[in-house]
Design a protein around this ligand. Structure first.
Ligand code: UDP
Length: 415
């Protein structure tokens, strides 16, 4: 068997009053047909990054709705995750030659993982992202199966795409986040719905501003001065260097500006983070107004969820300067907390932010710097955007909606 991730049960009723009664009833009606349905989710890491974050809430909620949902990961291997990180980058558009030995290593680990799955039984399989997607090559009984891709597939590198498209096409359905990601080769089996956040998680529950500020102060931040933050892994697509450039430009207008980059190394499938962090550290050159968080030991016994919540709650503005983005839950989390978010005009961020209505979209550090200065000087605008941001998340990006979309899909797949 694959490594199992323990999950509790979450009752649907807990969301009463947060989501509409109509959605709640709709889910209950759909779920009636799926009592006892065994759903197995497989991804690459039990923590760190958006996919684990979604599964942490979605699996318990599926169980609460009467399904038998289970979550497994493929066995961790450092050499494998080094290769899959390159594949991930390539599928998001980075130059890549996809060496023969990378293909071999990838397939070897897929075969090994599939071997561990040989006696596992499910009514429906949901495999998340390219890292585990290849197991289907070695599992003839693997149907119905769904491949859920969380990445930005706007312009994949052809070598990586040509290899993976054969794998994706073996699945009954491929779920993507945005219509922009549908490439012609998978068109007939593709459908789209976005991920979602869980408002009942400690990370997203209301945290008193006073408490949040105390937490920030304990890390050396001056809460009387303006603070902008990006909560994201140290990853080239999240463009931390672009954020620092924007901060430096904005600082010319707002001299006491502070910046926090919150990207604790939590994801085992992201071996690139340390390298990017080192570059960031070099660029920062000991600026006392830039605060970097990468090592989980830095936060001691404080829970990660509370730590992240504190930054999202007490920052004046949240940034997400990605240059490719499947969705980005950090944006959703901040919008839920009524924050004005300035995000890169790409992929999944465009699904969430409507420029000028519930946040701002930008294409480069200069534009970002302009918006930072504008917002810091205009708290009224921050409040208006934040209010609209909250409404957007309430309407579209809370976890029960995601459950509903999956149930609808199950209806279609299990005939
Ligand atoms: N996150 C966290 N600690 C950190 C940085 C990020 O818990 O130090 C969380 C963040 O709150 C979000 C997830 O990691 O829930 C990142 O998901 P997202 O979709 O934004 O990006 P991904 O890492 O999946 O590309």
């Amino acid at each position: 068997m694959l490594p199992h991730v323990e999950t509790p049960i979450q009752k649907l009723e807990k969301y009463q009053g947060i989501i509409s009664d109509e959605l709640l009833e709709g889910i209950k009606n759909l779920a009636k047909d799926f009592k006892g349905l065994k759903v197995i989710m497989v991804n690459s890491t039990p923590r760190g990054g958006g996919v684990a974050e979604v599964l942490k809430s979605l699996v318990p909620l599926m169980k609460g709705a009467g399904l038998k949902a289970e979550w497994y990961t493929i066995p961790p291997r450092e050499d494998f995750f080094k290769i899959t990180k390159e594949i991930h980058n390539a599928l998001q558009g980075k130059e890549y030659t996809f060496p023969f030995w990378h293909r071999v290593r990838y397939l070897e680990h897929m075969e090994r993982s599939a071997f561990l799955m040989r006696d596992m039984k499910a009514d429906i399989w949901i495999i998340h992202d390219p890292q585990p997607a290849g197991v289907i090559l070695y599992l003839p009984h693997f149907h119905p199966s769904i491949c859920r891709l969380h990445i930005d597939l706007t312009s994949p590198n052809p070598e990586a795409w040509n290899f993976f498209v054969g794998i994706f096409r073996m699945y009954n359905k491929v779920i993507l986040t945005s219509k922009e990601f549908i490439q012609k080769e998978i068109k007939e089996r593709a459908l789209t719905f976005p991920p979602a956040i869980d408002p009942l998680m400690e990370k997203n529950k209301p945290l008193e501003l006073k408490k949040a500020r105390l937490i920030l102060e304990s890390f050396g931040i001056d809460v009387k001065k303006p603070l902008i933050s990006q909560v994201s892994r140290f990853d080239p697509w999240k463009d931390p260097l672009g954020v620092i450039e924007a901060y430096k430009l904005a600082k010319k207008k707002i001299p006491d500006l502070q910046l926090a980059l919150v990207g604790l190394f939590l994801a085992r499938d992201d071996p690139e983070a340390m390298k990017i962090f080192k570059e960031v550290e070099k660029t920062v050159e000991g600026d006392p107004n830039i605060f970097l968080f990468s090592n989980p030991d830095q936060i001691g016994s404080l829970k990660v969820d509370i730590f992240v919540n504190a930054f999202q709650t007490a920052s004046d503005i949240i940034l997400q300067k990605s240059i490719r983005e499947g969705f980005n839950l950090s944006v959703t989390e901040a919008m839920w907390k009524r924050k004005a978010v300035i995000g890169g005009k790409v992929g999944g961020i465009k699904l969430q932010i409507q420029d000028g209505k519930n946040g701002f979209l930008v294409s480069n550090p200069k534009e970002m710097a302009k918006r930072i200065a504008q917002l810091i000087k205009n708290p009224q605008l921050v409040e208006e955007l934040g209010k609209a941001a909250r409404e957007t998340v309430q309407e579209k990006f809370l976890i029960p909606r995601l459950l509903r979309d999956y149930l609808k899909l199950f209806k279609e797949v299990i005939k």
